[in-house]
Write a new protein. Structure first.
Length: 423
């Protein structure tokens, strides 16, 4: 795994992702906590969560742009814009005009740029790493996302008290700029013929190519096994959206303000450990790994619901270990099956479809959290995992998925007759 750091481009990508999450991990908590403190109403945390998820529904629109634009340029400009947007909250606080709607609007716009950055980061990895290094690369990128998240969310409650939520926004803004500097050092060999073709294209041709690219991405997903794979994820994401909305209120009911940071830390450390040990499972059939992982997580999550605050935290973290494993293996499978020139638009379509239930789940979770005990909404997260496990068992093609390196692309990706890949 350490050998991938010999790749200079991967090192800069990894460090950039690590720096971004240095501030972003706490910002995610600070933003939701700020909304809850400004309103003291779970409905508004649900609304804020839903608004942040909305850009993910339209990620398929950004995919063709990512494939057409320079990946390096996309990574840099998205980081700079996110940094400037987040800085608006401290500025509004300084002039005493800060309110919940400013916070929510900033969350939405920052999420838009993050959604553009997401397919770019997913697309760049297969271009700078060999195929046999992808699992290790994805594992380390997941660590970059989850590792800092765990380290800081574990003390996020204390940081909110002693540093202050506004100062957290300032630190986060700086980290985005630093991440942009790291991405500036990444070098990607571009296809000169393709670049010349892009530079000579007029506005009409650019629009025509964009529509064609979008159609190719949608058709690619449609003519594959991916839709069956995404159906249970849509349902599960809706229920996870509900949990995200009620987590501030739920954590207070468990043990006080600081427990929000603790539950987020448990979530992060579970995903972190799962992503780090995921390479150990790359030779196992993906179908069986997902079935067993989600069912085990369901059992542990359910027991967490019944337990005291401390045990509930521990079990909640353990339940997310297997989910971290599943996340890395599925992403690696997609990167292996999807042609390199289609990665951006296809990943964007996948992200949009899988996230379609998140905003609706967040709104529903916030509403339910305002009229019933938030712990019952928490229980629904366990139910979503059971649904995923059962769904995988029912469909033979999903149940019998082999390890990603043993997959025959022709068995899972089907092109219509005459369909061409736009480059």
């Amino acid at each position: 795994m350490v050998n991938v750091f010999k790749n200079r481009n991967f090192s800069f990508l990894f460090i950039g992702r690590l720096i971004t999450n240095l501030g972003d991990s706490i910002y995610a908590i600070a933003a939701m906590w700020l909304v809850f403190n400004l309103t003291n109403d779970p409905f508004y945390t649900g609304l804020a969560s839903a608004i942040v998820f909305i850009p993910q529904l339209f990620g398929f629109i950004f995919g063709p742009l990512v494939d057409r634009l320079s990946l390096k340029f996309t990574l840099i400009i998205t980081q700079v814009m996110e940094g400037l947007l987040i800085l608006c909250v401290p500025v509004a606080s300084y002039f005493n005009v800060l309110n919940v709607w400013i916070v929510i609007i900033v969350m939405f716009l920052a999420s838009v740029f993050s959604e553009i950055s997401y397919p770019a980061q997913s697309s760049i990895l297969p271009r700078i790493l060999k195929e046999e290094d992808l699992v290790h690369g994805n594992s380390l990128m997941s660590f970059a996302y989850q590792g800092i998240d765990f380290a800081l969310t574990a003390v996020s409650g204390l940081l909110l008290v002693y540093i202050g939520v506004i100062n957290i926004y300032i630190v986060d803004s700086i980290t985005f700029i630093l991440a942009g500097i790291m991405f500036l050092n990444i070098n990607i060999k571009n296809n000169q013929k393709t670049d010349d073709k892009k530079s000579k294209a007029g506005l009409k041709e650019i629009i025509s190519n964009y529509k064609k690219d979008l159609k190719v991405g949608l058709n690619f997903v449609k003519n594959s096994f991916i839709p069956k794979l995404l159906i249970p994820l849509v349902i599960a994401n809706g229920l996870f959206g509900m949990i995200n909305a009620i987590l501030p209120a739920f954590s207070i009911s468990k043990g006080g303000d600081e427990y929000y940071g603790y539950y987020m830390a448990a979530w992060s450390v579970g995903m972190l450990l799962g992503s780090l040990i995921a390479p150990l499972f790359q030779k196992f059939p993906i179908g069986r790994v997902i079935i067993l992982s989600t069912f085990i997580s369901f059992i542990i999550w359910f027991v967490s619901f019944l337990s005291n605050p401390v045990l509930s935290l521990i079990l909640f973290g353990i339940a997310n270990v297997t989910l971290g494993i599943v996340n890395v293996l599925i992403f690696t499978m997609f990167q292996t099956l999807i042609p390199e020139e289609l990665l951006g638009r296809v990943f964007a379509v996948i992200s949009s479809i899988s996230s379609i239930a998140l905003p609706f789940g967040s709104i529903l979770g916030g509403f339910l959290g305002s009229i019933i005990d938030s712990s019952y909404v928490y229980l629904m997260g366990a139910i979503s995992l059971l649904f995923v496990s059962v769904y995988w068992i029912v469909y033979p093609k999903l149940r019998n998925l082999p390890s990603y390196n043993k997959m025959n692309k022709e068995n899972y990706i089907f092109f219509e007759k005459g369909q061409e890949i736009s480059q």
